[in-house]
Design a protein. Sequence first.
Length: 499
Amino acid sequence: MLVRSTVGGTRHTEFMLDPISVRAWRRSPALSVRVRILAAILLVTAAGLAIAGTTAYVVQRERTLSEINAVLTDTVDDVRIVAADSSAVDLRGALRAVIAGVRPATNESTLAVIDGAAALEPRSVDFRLADDELVARSVTETASGEVVLGTVTASGRLLRYVFVPVSVDGDPATGTFIAAFDLNAELQPVSDASRTYLLVGLATLMVVGLVGWVVAGRLLRPIRGLREAAARITASDVSERIPVVGHDDVSALTATVNEMLDRLQGALTGQRQLLDDVGHELKTPITIVRGHLELMNPDSAADVEATRDLTIDELDRMGGLVRDISALAQVERSVLANRRPTDIAALIERVRQKAAALSEHSWVTTATADVVVPVDADKLTQALLQLAANAVTHGPPTGVIELGSAVTADAAGRPRLQLWVRDHGPGISDELLPRIFDRFQRGTRGRGPAGSGLGLAIVAAIAQAHGGTARVAATPGGGATFTIDLPADQELDPKEIRS
């Protein structure tokens, strides 16, 4: 952002960064993951190609040099054999026989030196060796009479040579046979192959780069979708989902993020609903307390006492509501980490014994599922006791309240565990039946004081935490049957756990 100001008659111009632009700049990466992945692939590929090409070039070059050295070494033996078989009476005749008998190969030339001067050479060679510097070098290096193998640059060529001293008995002249290869010409095929390899390597890098760019883009497309979706998600809207394409790790990550968004949306929805319900439920007692305090006559002891009793009663009701809300939130946050194999028959019997202390009803067990199922026994006990207390509150003052459990099968043949509490009271009205497990729903029939309306919501939350459901149905002959329906992942055969 450009800012101009005038101070003391002088105009100043300053550049300032917009905070929004700064945040956007910080969020934007200098190099994208796609570019970095492609750069890493190209670097590794280029390094591999360079190592392979360099190794091949060095190996081929050394092999060619070894072959040249072998040919030059063989030439020494050939020279000696031809010179011995020539029966020449002088040095020139012997060297002439050698020049004629030892024919140079491709990119090779020969020369005979007599008394320090170039004397004889073949008529048809690829290049000439009659170079004063090379001749002088041959005389100097063979002065001791030893064969010399070396490399020199002469007449603009890099030569690999061998100097072979030649002499004839009775002839005082000194002679040297020179055979030399043009190394640049011999190594030309290796150089040409290296250049071809370089061009092929560059083309390979281009193809790898193009394919890598396309593949990396397709693989990272879900991640870009994740980033864009995360940018669109706000605290008030988490409905964004990312399409899952393929069956690889990135697709699994996308599915996991979508599941996380589902949980976040459920948590936010539950929070909004809880806040709305709490606000609605607390508004009434607060209004009642405020109204009575405003209308209270402080000069009337009876009015003050009555207002105090009413206020305390409303505050007690609000305290119970807060406790129930806390219990519901704790159940909904629970991940049921304490699931353990539990004997369902023993669980129902413990619940029956505890429920017997709630009232003078006759508590009986009508059916028993003799199975061991991994569940959170404490929370299931809490849910069943809540159903038992609900039956006591809304059922008849006396009579039978039934508890039971059974294993059934769903439509797909998978086992289901059902736990129920049944009373024979007035039942539930048809209007309330569809929403009986909602928060703050209270029945209109009952003998006891009205509760907070969260007990059955806690039961439903415990069932959902186990992957099951809670439902209610009318009991034949009157009353209501509350059932907790859970998936029965049996760990032991029923016949093996009961004797």
